[in-house]
Design a protein around this ligand. Structure first.
Ligand code: GLU
Length: 547
């Protein structure tokens, strides 16, 4: 068969260049020894999940701890799944978690010498190589229809055989020249398949950077490399792109492990050096008695948007992922509490070999700790980021007054003192805790535990003497002075010794004031709260609570 003629008939493009030229167009990268080139290669489906972030973090750390490059490639060979704005959303989501690409799709970088970074724009490169494989007898056209392939699959299933296009089932593998041209003339759609040279009785041992030595059988499937629309399959595009983008370490989900024999064969027939691979294990969760994979349908926490909209502290998410990426990260953090976590020596070979357990409670715990460590200014910036995107119109207005919010945060987060508030795990909780500092979101329930007369006396007496210039002890002396007027003990010790003698104590006086001013019996230091609210607003609240 004249393979050159066949290749031209199947790939008639007249603007393809000699495939060998691509070695010069995309030369080896000039990087220091040991530098790793990694990539994130999502499909632009618009759904970016925790698994992507997990993988991206492994990619980013591997590249950036070795002086290498981390780039973004968009795998858009399946046009039907494409969603508008998905690429921007990947970049934005990862940026939110502090992960940045050095080059790639939509990245402004002078390093962008290995593009285009959208697979659809790389059709010429793929087609040049497919053409050459046809010329070399490593690829051939297949005219089988979907119905014919279904029938073969049914037959194989019935006989409990491996399904697929191989051996005697690879019908088009042995078409004569005449049959091929007849089909082409009839305008029959076709795909291009690899003419596999493999044999399943041969074993290949291969070293995965995470899973260690893995033995797989050789591929014997004549997989599709170019679809009928002229666009390659994942397998083929992976081999071409990771070769010419000079990826040194392909980090990807373990669901690709079963396709590895195909990829090893493709690299071989293309004459490329195989990159190293690292197959990450799936994220699992405990569900009742069982451990299962996180699922898009059942688990909202799989979506990255979930963390943004719920307002988890982004660095907490990343730190938590670091603890499950490398189990020694936590110990390192304990030993280096002041250090920047980027200084941790991430090791791909220390990643877990099987099912990585994802624990949302643990993440929440880290989020609480990280938020509690923020300065009032940083906390303001974090909460404002959430408010800008997810807060109500009212929240947005409140956050315009940065100085006021920072004063409030200093108080409620305990940032000035030693005791820090540690119960805020998400931005929204923090924002709601500030509601009573604004009149339009102050919604008191006034659950007083004393009779109206007592309450009114406390409120009016205190209103009469309140002076915002008082320091804490002067303020408290005034609270104390009211106690005997309503039959309460002015000293706690007196009250404890003789509780029957009093209706209440000084702390109950403070509680009445607290409920009036904040709407709740629990709040941080009331004297400071009144100071932040200001005299006029504080007095108004005391007055509004009168029974
Ligand atoms: N586009 C593939 C995916 O989203 C990428 C797999 C890979 O990283 O090679 O699953």
């Amino acid at each position: 068969m004249d393979l050159k003629k066949l290749a031209s008939a199947l790939i008639p493009d007249n603007d393809l260049i000699d495939p060998d030229k691509y070695e010069e167009i995309y030369p080896e990268r000039d990087l220091q020894k040991g530098a790793e080139v990694t990539r994130l290669a999502p499909s632009p489906t618009g759904f970016i999940h925790l698994g992507n972030l997990f993988s991206a973090l492994a990619d980013e750390r591997t590249a950036h701890t070795t002086g290498g490059i981390f780039y973004l490639r968009i795998e858009d060979t399946d046009d039907k799944r494409k969603v508008e704005g998905a690429v921007e959303s990947v970049i934005r989501s990862l940026n939110y978690f502090g992960i940045k690409f050095d080059e790639g799709a939509e990245i402004q970088s002078k390093l962008n010498n290995y593009g285009p970074y959208y697979q659809r724009q790389r059709a010429k490169i793929y087609r040049a190589f497919v053409k050459r494989l046809i010329e070399q007898g490593y690829a051939y056209p297949c005219f089988c229809t979907a119905e014919e392939l279904d029938k073969v699959r049914e037959e194989q299933n019935a006989e409990k055989l491996v399904t697929g296009y191989y051996g005697k089932y690879a019908k088009c593998r042995n078409l004569s020249e005449e049959e091929i041209y007849k089909n082409l003339q009839a305008g029959k759609p076709f795909v291009i398949r690899l003419k596999s040279q493999g044999d399943v009785s041969n074993k290949i041992t291969f070293r995965d950077a995470i899973k260690g030595d893995i033995t797989v059988t050789e591929n014997d499937q004549d997989v599709v490399i170019l679809k009928s629309d002229g666009i390659p399959t994942y397998h083929f595009a992976h081999a071409i792109d990771d070769h010419f983008m000079r990826t040194t370490l392909v980090i990807r989900g373990e669901e690709w492990l079963s396709s590895l024999p195909i990829h090893l064969e493709l690299f071989k027939v293309l004459g490329f050096k195989t990159p190293r691979y690292a197959h990450t294990s799936s994220l699992m969760k405990i569900d009742g008695e069982t451990k299962r994979k996180l699922s898009k349908r059942k688990d909202p926490e799989l979506s990255l948007d979930y963390y943004r909209s719920a307002g988890y502290y982004p660095e907490a998410v990343v730190r938590y992922l670091m603890t499950i990426l490398n189990s020694n990260f936590e110990e390192w953090e304990l030993k280096n509490p002041q250090a920047d976590w980027h200084d941790f020596k991430f090791r791909i070979d220390k990643m877990s070999r099987s099912g990585t357990l994802f624990d949302l409670d643990k993440l929440s715990d880290i989020s609480r700790t990280e938020i509690s460590k923020l300065s009032a200014e940083d906390c303001y910036a974090f909460l404002k980021g959430w408010v800008d995107e997810f807060g109500s119109q009212t929240d947005k207005l409140h956050f315009e007054d940065a100085a006021y919010i920072i004063k409030v945060l200093n108080l409620i987060m305990g940032t000035g003192g030693k005791k820090r508030r540690k119960d805020i795990e998400r931005a929204e909780q923090g924002v709601r805790l500030m509601d009573y500092f604004f009149d339009d979101t102050f919604n008191p329930q006034y659950a007083f535990r004393f009779d109206d007369k007592t309450v009114n006396t406390v409120l009016t007496q205190f209103a009469a003497v309140y002076d915002p210039a008082d320091d804490n002890s002067a303020w408290f002396a005034k609270v104390k002075a009211i106690a005997p007027q309503v039959g309460f003990a002015a000293e706690m010790s007196e009250y404890k010794q003789n509780p029957e003698a009093y209706k209440g104590s000084v702390s109950d006086v403070a509680e009445i004031l607290r409920i009036a001013v904040t709407g709740s019996a629990n709040s941080p230091d009331l004297c400071t709260i009144m100071g932040i609210l200001g005299k006029e607003r504080s007095l108004k609240r005391l007055n509004a609570a009168l029974r």
